[in-house]
Design a protein around this ligand. Sequence first.
Ligand code: F6R
Length: 531
Amino acid sequence: MRIIVCKNYDELSEKAANIVASQLTLKPDSVLGLATGSTPLGTYKNLVKMYNEGEIDFSAVKTFNLDEYYPIKKDNSQSYDKFMKDNLFSGINIKPENTHIPDGETDNPTAECEAYEKAIKENGGIDLQILGIGQNGHIGFNEPDVNLNSFTHLTNLTENTIKANSRFFASSDEVPRQAITMGIASILKARKILLLASGANKSRVVGELLNDGINTSVPATLLKTHPDVVLICDEDAYSGSKLGVDIGGTNIKFAVIEGKNLLFKCKIKTPEKSDDIINAICDKTIELKKEYNIKSAGIGTPGTIKNGLVTADNLPFDDFPLEKVIAEKTGLYISVDNDANCAALGELIFGNTKDCEHIILVTIGTGIGGGIIMNRQICHSNNNMGEIGHFIIQSEKGRECTCGQKGCWEQYCSATALVKDAEKAAEKDTESLLYKRMRENGKMDGETFFKALDEGCKTAEKVYKHYIKYLARGIESLVNIFGPDAVVLAGGVTQQGDKLLKPLYAELKKDIRIEISSLQSDAGALGAAML
Ligand code: F6R
């Protein structure tokens, strides 16, 4: 099975329509197998557009629809007959006599099924079959525990399908309880199959399709026996249940994601020894794997990862094969990346910058960390890429940095730097409110600084102006180099919201979109799940 994962439904619809168009270019008298439901609507829209623009011609095309409710009148607004006329046939130059849909009005469904199957055969068989997939894995109306050898037949709908399809009817009582559908054997006879899946509500079944064996209880898995199937799905449908783990110096965070929905999150204290860290991660992972049917996990860790080996200063990992060890212990497919990279990915997928292709995450804490996403992918290299806190913003006279360089950005713009500058300024101006507040608190910290700033302390204002100036220059430099759609700021300082954004925008000399992280410390585990 070939799998194409699209960013969203529109892209999926365009790709599917292009495949149909190519089929018609190669064989203008193709026999198409068609599906109804919400998934192929975008594909049909694109086909109508392509026809109107003279790109494709349906004059010699024949179609056979997968199914029709039974019994149902053709003019019922929910009949598939009406659906096809409204959504495709009326917009293209197909000859009505070349379109075939099982007759939901017939008194003799058995004869109708036989005649339908015969007609497919007499027209040369289906060249390209379009399929949607039910949440329970049905294709056409071939419900779970399907008969492998079935051709077109009358079938009972399951409660699950009646419930799913009741969204189109006034109530679930109005959904017909039966349907005429092409069977699994009819579908598998098609020369080529295009299976479409969109939306998070399909992610579980797509996960089963891709990860489980061939199984009549998930009819779509039978497509794996066909030599030419293309699955086109959007990111929401592709994801399945995934676990994200974010290893921090204090806590290890876990997040279970289905599609793009957060199902569960929790954290545990980070043990001191590496063996205990691994055991703690594996125990929790195995527990969650069972509960949520997880197929894969991503892990964000501090430090660097070279050839699968993790080295982190503030954790007991030195060339440690984290990915391999956890995969062996949990039986899951595991990916590992730097924690800041994971957080940046989390921001892109779940945060305020979902609409972006390229973002930079700047995490302002003890130091400055960050991740760079270009074309919706984490930027990697084997040489510590993304250490944005250590680009040099002040030449030789710059402040000494723990990394051995002078003038690193984080020496001016981390939360630590802000507190240090505030402390120095307070000590220098003992008449200031900043000094007074520091004495009251017993030490300088972020809260004390912002309190004095709120109270209009001139000394605090001076410190903040200096801080914002350096923050703006650093962000401008990053934007000059990478040209992101947005810069996302995270970390304690960003809790100031507009008090940070307003002066920052006023200081910036470029037109830059700045977002404050809506996920903050959850971004790492969320992004890790999507690695
Ligand atoms: C439609 C059909 C069904 C649907 C399936 C998914 O002709 O046979 O198998 O493809 O129920 O429906 P949607 O696309 O509405 O989620």
